[in-house]
Ligand binder design. Sequence first.
Ligand code: C5P
Length: 299
Amino acid sequence: MTPLSERAHAKINLYLHVVGKRADGYHLLDSLAVFAGAHDRLEAAGPGPAPSLSLEGRFGAALLGEDPSGNLVTRAVRALLDQEDGPALRLIKSLPIASGIGGGSADAAAALRLLLALRPDRDPGRDRLHAIATGLGADVPVCLEQKPARMRGVGEILDPAPVLPPVFMVLVNCGRAVSTPAVFRARAAGFTPEAVLPPRWLDARAMAADLAALRNDLEEPAIALCPEIRVVLDAIAAEPGCLLARMSGSGATCFGLFATLAEAERAAGALSRPGWWVWGGPLAPGAGDPQMPVAATAL
Ligand code: C5P
């Protein structure tokens, strides 16, 4: 059996407004999510006698200490397959964990896509799959689609994003894991209205100008918990060609937007510091385009 592989791309929140709160404590959001070229990779050797997961890559060791039953990939496998049959999965973890770029959610979504490619007989249908994804985490549905989307509700209501211009990014993480519930708890009371977005942006400069008028409501509380985020944001903003510097999700990863690949790559080189994870490049290449076949590709 040919091994199958799925890319789990980093999800970046270009803005994130907390617009309300549900009775169960979850926050209602309005956010524009895009996917950067940076990614984890999940591989499956094929159907096996029992599901298993091995961890590799720069950040694989960081997950080894965690309870494996709580791992989102393991939970995604359980949600779709019986306990007693399942593939041997290998996760090459290149994205920092607990870092606001949806790495764990992207891995879980990749697991769902991979399992469906391996076991089309277990396809629960679009609506049920969406519900399973939502049950795994608020960011998993958007990661399942893996294309730019406007997220509402707790993240499970997805609408098409404005048409994006060519745009390039740097991602910088200072090496400190930040707890999402802790950031939400540290947030000052009050809500931000939903954003008004145009149907398309003609160039990166216009896009960044509109985004600059919006905000990430979690940036301030995350900086209170992890002041190094401010250092990272200032360093990104000082790079030549940087159109916007902002934190993604609940942090600590921050992004910079650039109009050219050369500027983004140069900035990534310049931002390298001991202990920092830095990436620079384009958005994810068409991952999840509706016209593409099931995203799993043979290695
Ligand atoms: O859904 P997920 O497991 O990613 O969420 C982690 C935690 O972040 C939740 O338990 C909740 O405390 C907080 N959260 C929230 N509102 C959201 C998403 C997450 O309050 N929309």
